[in-house]
Design a protein around this ligand. Structure first.
Ligand code: BES
Ligand code: MN
Ligand code: ZN
Length: 482
């Protein structure tokens, strides 16, 4: 699916050749003397199109217009939430007709966030999973022409949104693949494929190298599976070497059975999604490959399966992490923090300006925030402000969570420096407190995406979050042109 940005006012939008024209109308719409506006004016006068975000009016072969079908879409004040409502309602309406060329036009100049939401909503609604179907249905929309009256000022945001869509779709693709089609080795190959792009390099470590480094926590999780572990390191270098990088650490558990502390059978298949953090890092690199911005980014992905077996780590085992801290593994199902803690220590070597980890870390975060907002944890004010800003501008939302030291009480044990679990209360926060012990050398933030990274039920599937948020964050670090 390609996107094209056109400078069109409402009159010009009416002449655009396409299968479907989605005409977004804000509350402020004013009738004018051209075929499209006249038609809209009549519909409004007749009371056939309520001024309610998401209201639609579907018109077949309208006279004197370029489109075969016109859908009028109300978007209220034109702000993000209403644009999303309108565009997703319109996409649901036109889906069955399988249009090839869609024009998506705004009657009022959108801001970059509204434009971003429109593009990501079109992509979301038209995405089809294909990789493990024998007869896959291809996506029908080949081209989306985006018409705005202010295309010059939106050129850069448009390019960023298109790149975000590419990244989101790569993340969805990998996340949706079943665990036997998305092993650590497969992820490593996907990362190496990204390194074919300019400015990107990739290195992959196997068990021997990881052992030599001393990543005892990561190794403990991986040891129950015959599937080889991979530690994936991606580098995007768009700024001088002297510019400290941002490091993104993605949890890459390609299947989480719980290990010896095994999970119940119901919905266990969804634990193929336990690598959504890793997938989001791949997605960000895909977008960086397209945009080539002047920043430095490192991506780290500790990838393995968490399975039970005769070699699996056992509840009560104590392991030594890369940091030197010993960890009592009281619950083998709290494996994400174990693979992440070694990656977080490894991140120190890059002398980063900030480190963000992204993980489907806790069921408790799903209970706390549901699927709307990811949980965000950070003790760093500047990083928190930048992430909050990126959350808004991408509409890939997160919400600040606390890190009071009192939450770490439950992680105390007599048999190691720290235990890998505390009690059930505040489970998302105690998990974050565990990670925080490994992040003293740099500004750190943690995104718990257990609720936001995929949808369950009939619409089961990865969301590609938080690629949008991460991309907006890393791009915000570009030094503005002098
Ligand atoms: N991958 C899970 C977290 C998860 C659970 C994500 C459900 C999405 C939906 C993680 O590895 C896990 O099992 N966490 C445990 C931690 C507990 C043992 C302290 C959990 O949340 O139950
Ligand atoms: Mn687990
Ligand atoms: Zn897990």
């Amino acid at each position: 699916m390609n996107f094209e940005l056109l400078n069109l006012d409402a009159a010009q939008a009416g002449h655009e050749k396409c299968d479907v024209l989605l005409m977004l109308l804000a509350s402020t719409f004013k009738a004018a003397r051209n075929p499209l506006a006249t038609l809209i004016g009549k519909a409004l006068k007749a009371g056939d199109l309520a001024d309610k975000p998401g209201s639609l009016l579907d018109i077949y072969r309208p006279a004197d217009l370029g489109c075969a079908r016109l859908v009028l879409v109300r978007v209220g004040d034109g702000k993000c939430a209403n644009v999303r409502k309108g565009v997703s309602a319109a996409m649901a309406l036109i889906k069955a007709a399988k249009p090839k060329q869609v024009a998506l036009c705004f009657d009022q100049a959108p801001d970059s966030a509204s434009l971003h939401v429109a593009l990501t909503t079109v992509a979301e609604a038209s995405y089809v999973y294909a990789s493990t179907l024998s007869k896959a249905e291809a996506r029908t929309i080949a081209l989306v022409k985006v018409g705005v009256p202010n295309s010059t000022e939106l050129a850069t945001p448009f390019a960023q949104s298109v790149a975000a869509v590419r990244g989101i779709e790569l993340a969805k693709e990998w996340a949706n693949r079943p665990a036997n089609h998305a092993t650590p080795s497969h992820l490593a190959r996907a990362a190496q494929a990204l390194a074919k792009s300019p400015r990107i390099k990739c290195e992959v470590m196997g068990r021997k190298e990881v052992e030599k480094l001393g990543m005892g926590a990561f190794l403990a999780v991986a040891q129950g599976s015959a599937e080889p572990l991979k530690f994936i390191e991606l580098h995007y270098r768009g700024a001088p070497k002297s510019t400290p990088p941002v490091v993104l650490v993605g949890k890459g558990i390609t299947f989480d059975s719980g290990g010896i502390s095994i999970k119940p059978a119901a919905e266990m298949d969804e634990m193929k999604y336990d690598m959504c953090g890793a997938a989001s890092v791949l997605g960000v690199f895909k977008a960086l490959a397209e945009l080539q911005p002047e920043i430095n980014v490192v991506g780290l992905i500790p990838a393995c399966e968490n399975l039970p077996g005769s070699r699996a780590v056992k509840p009560g085992d104590v392991v030594t992490s890369l940091s030197g801290q010993t960890i009592e593994i009281l619950n083998t199902d709290a494996e994400g923090r174990l693979v992440l803690c070694d990656a977080l220590t490894y991140a120190e070597r890059f002398k980063p300006q900030a480190v963000l980890d992204i993980a489907t870390l806790t069921g408790a975060c799903v209970i706390a925030l549901g699927g709307v907002r990811s949980g965000f944890f950070s003790g760093d004010a500047a990083l928190s402000a930048a992430v909050a800003q990126a959350s808004e501008s991408s509409q890939d939302l997160c919400w600040p969570m606390p890190l009071d030291d009192d939450y770490a009480e439950g992680l105390k044990t007599s048999f190691a420096d720290v235990a890998n679990v505390a009690g059930r209360p505040g489970g998302a926060i105690t998990a974050a407190k565990f990670l925080q012990r490994f992040t003293s050398k740099y500004p750190w933030g943690h995104l718990d995406i257990a609720g936001s990274a995929w949808k369950s039920g009939t619409a089961k599937g990865a969301t590609g979050r938080p690629v949008g948020l991460l991309l907006h964050y890393v791009l915000s670090l570009q030094t503005p042109a002098a």
